[in-house]
Write a protein that binds this ligand. Structure first.
Ligand SMILES: O=P(O)(O)OC[C@H]1O[C@](O)(CO)[C@@H](O)[C@@H]1O
Length: 501
């Protein structure tokens, strides 16, 4: 049964963006909100006063305030696994006991970083971080965004089990000056364990006497890390209640904290904490992650848009779309509601994207003239990330703003329809003052809370991910039993490529 509030929303007429600033001249004051160093602009979306009122009613109907309080109180909001979701505690926000525990673990991480910097593990010039999914995407995004010229260490983040990834990562690394960070919440993920074993072999082959002596484990399963061979003093634990895709704030962020320095890592946490406080304390009508979720819900569930595109008009944020793919799709690509009943409509759309201006010359044709409507999100920074001619940054921003205007405005051409642009296509623009640790922390926390707000509006649990298990089980059974008991297509593939057992 669709929710009454959503049904009422769906009955509202759709605004025309081409004339929306004429019919609603105050849009900027209503739909542009600034939080710290980031300005969020929904004025080029179809959100109207009526829709906002309808979505506020939906939020109320779905118990938004109660579920938000439960999240921050450290209640078991991940109901299918009976666990809390305590990533805000890593930033100092939430249940006081969890905050104190996270602080203690951060101090432990800081102590190890200080020791490494003081030379306790010998000379370290390279950091080889091995992890996958949430144990790689977050650190990769932060290091790539903020490390600029990588002055402190060369950092390589390896996730794929394809040996080519590891081989390429260690190509320029000296095994005698490399620190291996094994990042795995469970310390069982097969790709990570295989890559970790191969990295140790590489060190041994490179003549390192005690390769385990330069391994650091980042995990919520310290006992398994110890069994694997990591010394207890180099295990940096984090709480089981921190989900993998929400874990960059914990010891999973170790390569960022080491490479960028502790002050930068703290500033990232503080930026996120400011967004936490905004999300926790703001009235729903002014709540930035919630308003973002209103627009998301309108496009995905009311208009049936199956995808959402994110374009970073800043090379520093080139990895943001990949990071968001896991955050949004693994969290909200679900088929059942909190009570186990089937969902009553689409859940998360497919998140995809890239960087501007590259994407303009590759995929924007479809966005402007294709028949599939895709809500677009632009992310840009007022300050550039480089010291070259300011003309570069000016051109980047000009292009970003032009795309949003073109999508909205369109262009008639009755005489030559192939050259006409329908317009009325929505976009959101997120404009950062600069890509600093503080602003990036706030931006990522915004996305986390927006994902949670979407889940609340749909009545689903964003914190489990059982959808990834079946493929893992089948891979394991192929590893152990080979081509047995599968369909003819799968058996033939196994036999041809892996050989008959
Ligand atoms: O940190 P781990 O336990 O190695 O898991 C890695 C990733 O694998 C997943 O469980 C999906 O298979 C993600 O949720 C997680 O981020």
């Amino acid at each position: 049964m669709p929710s009454p509030a959503l049904a009422a929303l769906s009955a509202l007429p759709q605004a025309d963006l081409k004339s929306i600033f004429t019919t609603d001249p105050d849009r900027l004051s209503k739909l542009v909100l600034t939080q710290g160093p980031i300005r969020f602009d929904w004025s080029k979306t179809h959100l109207t006063d009526d829709l906002m009122a309808g979505f506020l009613a939906l939020a109320d109907e779905q118990g938004f305030a109660r579920r938000r309080d439960a999240l921050f109180a450290g209640e078991a909001v991940n109901n299918t696994e009976g666990r809390a979701a305590e990533h805000p505690a890593e930033r100092g926000e939430g249940n006081p006991d969890s905050v104190a525990h996270a602080k203690m673990l951060h101090n432990r991480m800081r102590g190890l970083i200080d020791a490494i910097e003081a030379g306790a593990l010998g000379e370290i010039r390279h950091i080889l971080h091995i992890g996958i999914g949430g144990s790689a995407l977050g650190p990769d995004l932060i290091v790539d965004a903020l490390d600029g010229d990588g002055v402190r260490y060369d950092v390589a983040i390896v996730s794929n089990v394809d040996g080519t990834a590891l081989e390429r990562a260690i190509e320029g690394f000296d095994p005698h000056a490399t620190l291996i960070a094994i990042a795995s919440k469970t310390f069982t993920t097969s790709e990570t364990m295989l890559n970790a074993a191969s990295a140790i072999n590489w060190m041994v082959e490179g003549g390192v006497d005690d390769p385990y002596g330069r391994v650091v484990a980042l995990t919520a399963a310290p006992d398994r890390a110890m069994e694997w061979g990591v010394d207890e003093t180099r295990i940096l634990p984090f709480a089981e209640s921190v989900g993998g895709r929400y874990s960059l704030w914990s010891s999973i962020g170790f390569p960022a904290a080491l490479a960028l320095g502790w002050d930068a890592f703290e500033s990232l946490l503080e930026g996120a904490a400011e967004m936490d406080r905004h999300f926790r304390l703001s009235d729903p009508a002014q709540n930035i992650p919630l308003i973002a979720a209103f627009a998301d819900q309108y496009y995905a569930r009311v208009l049936g848009c199956q995808t959402r595109a994110v374009f970073a008009y800043d090379e520093r944020l080139a990895l943001l779309p990949s990071y968001l793919q896991q955050l949004e799709m693994e969290s909200n690509g679900k088929a059942v509601k909190l009570d186990g009943s089937p969902v009553d409509g689409p859940t998360a759309p497919i998140t995809w994207g890239g960087v501007g201006t590259d994407a303009q010359h590759a995929v924007f044709q479809l966005l402007h003239q294709g028949t599939i409507i895709t809500p677009v999100e632009f992310i840009a920074s007022i300050e550039p990330g480089h010291a070259l001619d300011p003309a570069h940054h000016r051109a980047l921003l000009v292009n970003c703003f032009a795309q949003g205007a073109a999508l909205m405005r369109g262009k008639d051409n009755a005489a030559d329809p192939a050259r006409a642009y329908p317009g009325n296509r929505p976009s959101t623009t997120i404009l950062m003052d600069d890509v600093t640790p503080h602003a990036l922390g706030a931006l990522i926390a915004f996305y986390e809370h927006r994902t949670f707000a979407n889940a609340v509006l749909m009545g689903i649990n964003p914190f489990d991910q059982f959808g990834v298990e079946l493929g893992k089980e089948i891979a394991k059974s192929i590893e152990t039993d080979g081509a047995v008991g599968f369909d003819p297509s799968t058996m033939a593939l196994i036999e041809i490529a892996l050989g008959a057992e």
